[in-house]
Design a binder for this molecule. Structure first.
Ligand SMILES: [Zn+2]
Length: 403
């Protein structure tokens, strides 16, 4: 009996050992299974990425969605998926993914800000501007504060809510440490322009002051100041404001040249106004200003004086538009005292020149290359402010968007 009991006592440690080994084996088995699962997920992620790189986004999304379902903790993967959906125009799915992240209580503040920012972008894309504004305003201080503010600024411009745009641009200056004065001056000018249409002259004056405070001698603010002074029945002061543009931004003079002539005419000084504009033509090879000077000179001094002026322009700054204006003026002269043959010749030349100048003359955005027949303060292509050169180009630019 004692021998049996001793044998059992000896067996006990062996059994403990076997038990311990079995538990280690289980653990290793479990670890190996975990490892296999991780490898499987890794392989799926790589497969998803490879499909993305091979531009098979449909299959890539399918693979990545499966991983996200298996492991809901994969935050970065959810962000990647949400952005992928948005880029593909599937905004509803993007909103669902980002909303799910934004509603999670266990996220770190950085991830929560990231989710609110992405959700705001989704709502913007979907045109749900109120919800976009609310979501973007939820983004706290941190690395997503500046991008969120940029999106808000973009949105306020689309809504033409210039007052909110001014506040957002000022706050963005603080966040980025870079100047947004050009935009701020333009937003004040937009407010001033709208107030001028409603004849709210007090608001016009204050907007101009704010714009000039943001950028002294700002061309658009000075143009508006002249318009305001004309509306206040002070053409002499309007001319003074516009004369600052003639001195500091002469390339913009064509934008106000007709009003400049009207203000001079009101003061019985049309001749002096015309002389000043003609002087500018000697330093400004501006086809647009030439159009206006030619029109007023023909009326005030007659076609012969206009021909002399145009010959002079053709000598120092030859261009297709100047040649076209010269042909136009010579046609007027020939119609009164030329032969029928000369009139027919000039008509044919003028037709050809006009076809060329109309098809080629465009304002071009210095930022995105968008070309347009009329001048814009904000490019319709890329939304940049003051990206358009105030002068039309006459060169052929075959590629690039245009209108
Ligand atoms: Zn542009």
């Amino acid at each position: 009996m004692i021998q049996i009991a001793t044998a059992w006592l000896l067996l006990l440690p062996v059994m403990f050992g076997i038990g311990w080994l079995a538990s280690r084996w289980d653990l290793r088995l479990e670890n190996r299974m975990d490892e296999r699962e991780r490898m499987r997920q890794q392989r799926s992620t790589f497969k998803g990425l490879s499909l993305l790189l091979n531009e098979q986004p449909d299959q890539a999304i399918e693979t990545l969605v499966k991983i996200a379902q298996l492991d809901p903790e994969t935050i970065e993967l959810h962000f990647a998926l949400g952005n992928l959906f948005r880029r593909r125009g599937e905004t509803e799915r993007a909103i669902r993914v980002h909303q799910h992240l934004a509603n999670r209580d266990d996220l770190k503040p950085r991830d929560r800000d990231h989710a609110a920012y992405e959700l705001g972008r989704d709502f913007l894309r979907a045109g749900l501007l109120d919800r976009a504004e609310a979501s973007l305003n939820r983004v706290g201080e941190g690395q997503f504060a500046a991008p969120a503010k940029e999106s808000l600024l973009e949105m306020y411009q689309v809504e033409r809510d210039w007052k909110k745009a001014i506040i957002a641009a000022s706050e963005l200056e603080g966040l980025q440490g870079k100047s947004h004065h050009t935009e701020i001056a333009q937003f004040h000018c937009e407010l001033g322009q709208e107030a001028l249409l409603r004849k709210d002259l007090i608001e016009v004056k204050s907007s101009i002051q704010q714009a000039l405070l943001a950028i002294p001698n700002h061309a658009r603010a000075l143009i508006l100041q002249g318009d305001y002074l004309v509306a206040m029945d002070s053409p002499a002061q309007a001319i003074e404001a516009w004369d600052i543009i003639a001195q500091t931004h002469p390339a913009y003079m064509h934008l106000l040249a007709d009003r400049w002539m009207a203000a001079h005419t009101a003061l019985d000084k049309a001749e002096a106004g015309l002389t000043r504009l003609s002087e500018l033509l000697t330093t400004q090879a501006s086809g647009e200003l030439l159009d206006i000077v030619q029109k007023h000179m023909t009326k005030i001094r007659g076609p012969k004086a206009t021909e002399v002026m145009l010959v002079d322009v053709m000598q120092h700054s030859p261009s297709l538009s100047a040649l076209s204006k010269l042909a136009e003026t010579r046609l007027v002269l020939a119609q009164s005292n030329g032969t029928a043959e000369r009139v027919a010749d000039l008509q044919a030349t003028l037709k050809l020149l006009k076809q060329r100048t109309t098809s080629l003359a465009r304002y071009t955005c210095g930022n995105c290359g968008f070309r347009a027949r009329r001048f814009y303060w904000q490019c319709p292509g890329c939304n940049h402010w003051e990206a358009y050169s105030p002068r039309r180009s006459e060169g052929a630019v075959p590629s690039g968007p245009s209108m």
